[in-house]
Design a binder for this molecule. Structure first.
Ligand SMILES: [Zn+2]
Length: 266
């Protein structure tokens, strides 16, 4: 691949942890694998650079790790295709002749080139991926965290991969009030939460995949039950969906299906 960084946002979002240089470390390599861990997409890179070896340059296997945060997107496109937003990093492929663009309106996300995932800030602190945690792991880890269930559910240190939106959706599915304290959850409620997390995430992945197809820069969310649907009707009981903004984060839930939270008078 070839790589180009935009003069404006490229250096802000692209971080080299190898000493090779972000662009220099990527040029000539191919992407050989794609995995996800929490909110990171991990692109495994070929050892070969497709160029004459520069003093045994191939070195250890490298990974391009992308954390798009709230505003970043990856767009796969023909070179002449319309840009989905401000492009900061472009990977140009030869076969097929396509581009993988990193698009980010607010330059919130990061792309790391690294030979060691633990070198990525916060990566080593992440709990297990939400889709890989067993019910036992879920229960054991939950005991270590204090505070409101929504906050805990969206903490990377508890489980990786659940953000503000999916925390709302999971809690609605589990019929649990987002501001319930973790310490007040009964054993049955913890089981319900674990089951709801799995159902919500797996079903959502299917819906997102079906809606986006090859257009991976899209962020389909029109299937949400409560998140960003404040004032609309709960699809389960027909009551109005509540909306509370705290600390710059919107929380949506159904007071009728998700009762409780009396401490805050909610
Ligand atoms: Zn409801």
């Amino acid at each position: 691949m070839e790589v180009s960084l935009s003069p404006k946002g490229g250096p802000i979002v692209a971080r080299d942890l190898t000493g090779l240089g972000f662009r220099e470390g990527l040029v000539g390599r191919s992407i050989v694998s794609v995995q996800r861990r929490g909110k990171f997409l991990l692109f495994g890179l070929s050892l070969e650079t497709g160029q004459p070896p520069l003093g045994g340059r191939s070195g250890p296997p490298l990974t391009l790790a992308v954390n798009p945060k709230l505003t970043g997107r990856l767009q796969l496109s023909a070179p002449a295709g319309k840009k989905a937003g401000p492009v900061h990093v472009t990977l140009h492929f030869e076969a097929p002749r396509e581009e993988l663009r990193y698009v980010d309106q607010k330059r919130m996300g990061q792309l790391y080139l690294t030979s060691e995932l633990a070198a990525i800030p916060t990566f080593a602190e992440m709990g297990p991926d939400a889709l890989e945690a067993s019910s036992e792991t879920f229960r054991t880890r939950l005991r270590r965290f204090r505070g409101e269930i929504k906050g805990v559910l969206s903490r990377e240190q508890f489980l990786a991969g659940i953000g503000n939106a999916y925390a709302d959706e999971i809690l609605w599915q589990a019929r649990l009030h987002p501001y319930r304290k973790v310490s007040t959850l009964t054993s049955e409620e913890v089981d319900r939460l674990y089951a709801a997390m799995n159902v919500t995430l797996r079903e959502s992945i299917e819906k997102v995949e079906a809606a986006m197809g090859e257009d991976i820069h899209l962020k389909p969310r029109d299937f949400f039950a409560v998140h960003m649907r404040g004032g609309k009707l709960c699809p389960r009981c027909g009551a109005k969906v509540s909306e509370i903004t705290a600390g710059g984060r919107i929380t949506n839930f159904c007071r009728s299906c998700q009762p409780g939270g009396l401490i805050r008078g909610l």
